[in-house]
Design a binder for this molecule. Structure first.
Ligand SMILES: [Zn+2]
Length: 375
């Protein structure tokens, strides 16, 4: 038989094409001199998403964190610029929302205020993904009416500012003490006060999702947001102490998330000058502390203010995050036993790395923004 090498062309061509496709991207650094390429970042984000998908597939993790996980997938699918990231996150969101609806057909009679808020969170997300259930929303609305603003938010933002005199549970005997108590009425131990920035953060989130869902969880978002100026100027890392630094930092990142629709809109720096300055001036502190979670949140919030890979801070953050991904695709301590911590750190690292499909400059609650806007 004669040797006819051209007959091999159709056999070899796909391998050649694959080799070219696989090989070429290796030559695309994220910026001149970067230690990583666009493809490194792309695959890191996909491996992170894959880890989150595995967490959601675990029945126990999903039962405890289902609403949060489907919001994670849904918000990622809406905010990401990369079509493959959007598609994969969307698939996970749809699968999760369907499962969440199946597992939560009704609001139980004895649901606590926190549980009702979680039902609003999951119900809103499932509705947004096309698994609409108006009967369920009506159940959430009726259940929410049985509670006072303090049950959801720890204070009534219609009447007062974020409180500074709410004692935490007694660390010695576990008792709850009335507002204003400085020592435990049961055992006499000095009581720690709840951090007002923590209270603000939780209240912003409850009312943000409540308003989007059309259910009043103690108050409206604008009622809570109007107290933001009362908590400015923000104490910095030296003024606040370490524990308090995180409370301030997370309050600020969530002010940004609630006003930028979870990374849908760009915000102008002059709209939130104090928040922007805090994020920028404390960014490197997170790198020095090898803190993935806080770095991730500072990166997507700073990107919302217009920073990009052409800025030194974002470049340092990207290399830091890519350096620290675990073999299983997650970020953070792989020995951590709390699955919430494991997936939340991974989620924030993905958010810190990925590119966004910004939908212009805008705020998600213009009325609330008008009330806190600088003159
Ligand atoms: Zn006590």
């Amino acid at each position: 038989m004669r040797n006819r090498p051209w007959k091999l062309v159709p056999v070899i061509a796909p391998f050649l094409a694959a080799a070219i496709l696989l090989h070429l991207p290796l030559g695309h650094p994220l910026w001149p001199g970067a230690r990583y390429t666009h493809e490194d970042r792309h695959s890191a984000v996909l491996r992170g998403l894959h880890f989150l998908g595995e967490v959601a597939r675990n029945p126990r993790s999903f039962a405890a964190n289902g609403a949060d996980l489907i919001w994670c997938f849904y918000s990622t699918s809406e905010a990401a610029a990369d079509p493959e990231v959007r598609r994969i996150a969307r698939g996970m969101a749809l699968e999760g929302a369907q499962r969440w609806r199946r597992q939560n057909p009704h609001v139980p009679e004895k649901a606590s205020a926190d549980e009702v808020a979680d039902f609003a969170y999951g119900g809103y997300t499932a509705d947004s993904l096309g698994f609409r259930d108006t009967g369920f929303r009506e159940e959430v609305r009726r259940a929410a009416e049985c509670f006072r603003p303090e049950d959801f938010l720890l204070f009534d933002p219609v009447r007062e500012s974020v409180p500074t005199d709410l004692p935490a549970r007694c660390k010695r005997c576990g008792s709850n003490n009335p507002r204003g108590c400085r020592t435990c009425r049961t055992c006499g131990t000095a009581l720690r006060m709840l951090n007002p920035y923590d209270i603000l953060l939780d209240a912003l989130l409850d009312t943000y999702f409540g308003d989007l869902y059309g259910v009043r969880l103690g108050a409206h978002f604008a009622d809570v947001a109007r107290w933001i100026p009362a908590l400015r100027p923000y104490p910095g890392q030296h003024g606040a102490g370490n524990a308090s630094f995180y409370s301030v930092a997370y309050a600020i990142t969530h002010i940004v998330y609630t006003f930028n629709g979870y990374s849908r809109y760009r915000l102008r720096k002059e709209w939130f000058p104090e928040e922007y300055r805090f994020l920028e001036s404390h960014f490197r502190r997170n790198l020095a502390a090898r803190d993935v979670e806080t770095t991730g949140e500072f990166m997507d919030t700073l990107r919302s203010f217009g920073l990009s890979e052409s800025d030194g801070l974002i470049r340092e953050g990207i290399e830091f995050l890519l350096d620290r991904q675990n073999a299983d695709g997650s970020w953070g301590d792989p020995g951590e036993r709390d699955i919430y911590v494991r997936y939340h750190t991974t989620w924030t690292a993905i958010d810190g790395l990925m590119d966004y499909a910004w939908q212009g400059e805008q705020v998600s609650f213009p009325d609330a923004f008008q009330r806190i806007r600088r003159p």
